[in-house]
Design a protein around this ligand. Structure first.
Ligand code: BES
Ligand code: MN
Length: 454
């Protein structure tokens, strides 16, 4: 059976790739309301895949935001375990567009990679799961029951998924969830992620004069909002790279000696980070190694800044307002709710009286640690050993995936966090790519995984 499924997958690689390219042409950008019709189209595409797999009860279910795609196959019977497979059909915005070699929604294969927004994060991973299930089901029977949860709001914080899961506990009940949204450490470094950071995302707006002013006639008498915003933002770190929001580190768990040894084993080191990012030197809390700073420590980042005149040439102006997008990555036991309070407290204490400010909390996600003592982790670990010939590493990663904490909270279900997107896949960046040999290995791995669950 296993061999039959593996050869089915091998023979159908060309069609799998063609289908992946098809869904990658849909610009399902969840953050931009102009793309709502594309969100619907992507959801329908997923639903039609589930139907052609022979899934039952396939539905596009409304939420307060973008819909959830659900489908199930309960044919393995009551005594067999039920595995949820998670995916998201939304993607991040593709800008800056001019930096793409080929357009983001015109998938293009160059060398061993498929380039498109969403190729790695995570339509490629959803396809790997769909095609592994297809290969198993067309070659015999699936040894476990399957439930699909494919959402459209992961890249904007999975806000409405929380209530959706809470309101559909029975429908979604499962032993554990396979979540292939967490990537793999290297082409030759299979891995199963055991921790993710949380997130709290803000927009901070600073207002000064009622309109843009002549900088010569008013400069020196009116506090420039762009300057005031920069002063506030600059004060959010001290010179050792620590975040200065009051109480920010109060709930942060210490990294134990054992965890430190685990972090030491990970490939996110100085050399690889310098290579991948192109920066002249690394930055951050000096008493922690880079992999700890990514997987085990909280941060604050400026995601974007806007103010004043940014066109070609010059304009002597004192802008009326300035805006920053700021997000904090959180680790256990921080929460987005407490981070909001800390950010407000900082601004109340530090904002000067000569400007007005407004803080909007956009979305967030809790940090998560998952247990490795789980039949899904064992099955996937064995599967990786079969395909890669070596045992996986168990990293804690820096990214966030909202559903993980939501499933723990409402269904008491842990997530088996993995995936086949490489660290240099340029997720959220221009020229996002999926390494096809790793993608095909991923399909094989998931085929092994399902048989290992028997
Ligand atoms: N797939 C990523 C998360 C990820 C990447 C986890 C690499 C582990 C390793 C996911 O799609 C993502 O980017 N999530 C957002 C979530 C946020 C908007 C709440 C993130 O981390 O920025
Ligand atoms: Mn993702």
């Amino acid at each position: 059976m296993l061999d039959k499924a593996l050869s089915y997958a091998n023979e159908n690689r060309g069609r799998f790739l063609a289908e992946l390219k098809e869904v990658l042409t849909i610009p399902s950008i969840s953050t931009d309301p102009d793309h709502n019709p594309d969100m619907q189209q992507a959801a329908e595409w997923m639903a039609s895949q589930l139907r052609s797999l022979g899934m039952d009860n396939v539905q596009i279910m409304p939420t307060g935001g973008h819909p959830v795609v659900y489908g199930e196959w309960m044919g393995a019977g009551k005594s067999a375990p039920t595995v949820m497979i998670y995916g998201h059909y939304d993607v991040q915005p593709p800008d800056p567009l001019e930096l793409w070699t080929t357009p983001p929604f015109e998938p293009s294969v160059r060398g061993e990679n498929l380039y498109a927004r969403g190729a790695a994060d995570m339509k490629g991973q959803v396809l790997a799961s769909l095609k592994a299930v297809e290969s198993v089901m067309r070659s015999g029977t699936m040894p476990v029951n399957i439930k699909w949860l494919i959402e459209g709001e992961e890249e904007i914080g999975s806000d409405h998924l929380d209530d959706f899961i809470k309101n559909h506990k029975e429908l979604l009940a499962c032993e554990f969830c396979l979540n292939p949204d967490a990537g793999i450490l290297g082409e030759d470094l299979p891995s199963i992620t055991t921790g993710l950071r949380g997130l709290a995302y803000f927009e901070l707006r600073v207002y000064g004069p009622v309109k843009d002013l002549h900088s010569g006639l008013f400069g020196g008498t009116v506090h420039n909002p762009a300057q005031a915003l920069m002063e506030l933002v600059a004060g959010m770190h001290d010179k050792n790279g620590k975040v200065t929001l009051p109480g920010f580190y109060d709930k942060v768990r210490k990294i134990s000696k054992k965890e430190h040894r685990d972090f030491l084993r990970l490939p996110m080191n100085k050399k690889s980070l310098l290579e991948m990012t192109g920066v002249p030197a690394l930055w951050g809390e000096p008493q922690f190694i880079p992999s700890e700073r990514i997987g085990g420590r909280p941060t604050l980042e400026v995601n974007g800044l806007l103010s004043g005149f940014t066109g070609t040439g010059s304009k002597t102006v004192l802008p009326a307002w300035a805006m920053a997008k700021i997000s904090c990555r959180l680790v256990p036991d921080q929460t987005p709710e407490e981070t909001i309070k800390q950010m407000k407290k900082y601004l109340k204490e530090k904002a000067p009286k000569d400007i007005k400010w407004e803080l909007e909390y956009l979305h967030g996600a809790g940090p998560a640690l998952t247990s490795t003592d789980n039949p899904g982790v064992r099955a996937l670990s064995q599967a990786m050993e079969s395909v890669w010939g070596k045992r996986p590493l168990f990293p804690r990663e820096g990214g966030s995936i909202g559903v993980v904490v939501q499933l723990q909270k409402h269904l008491k279900a842990d997530s088996v966090l993995s995936g086949f997107a490489l660290p240099d896949c340029d997720a959220h960046s221009p020229n996002e790519k999926l390494h096809l040999p790793t993608f095909y290995k991923g399909i094989d791995t998931l085929i092994h995984f399902f048989y290992n669950l028997k």
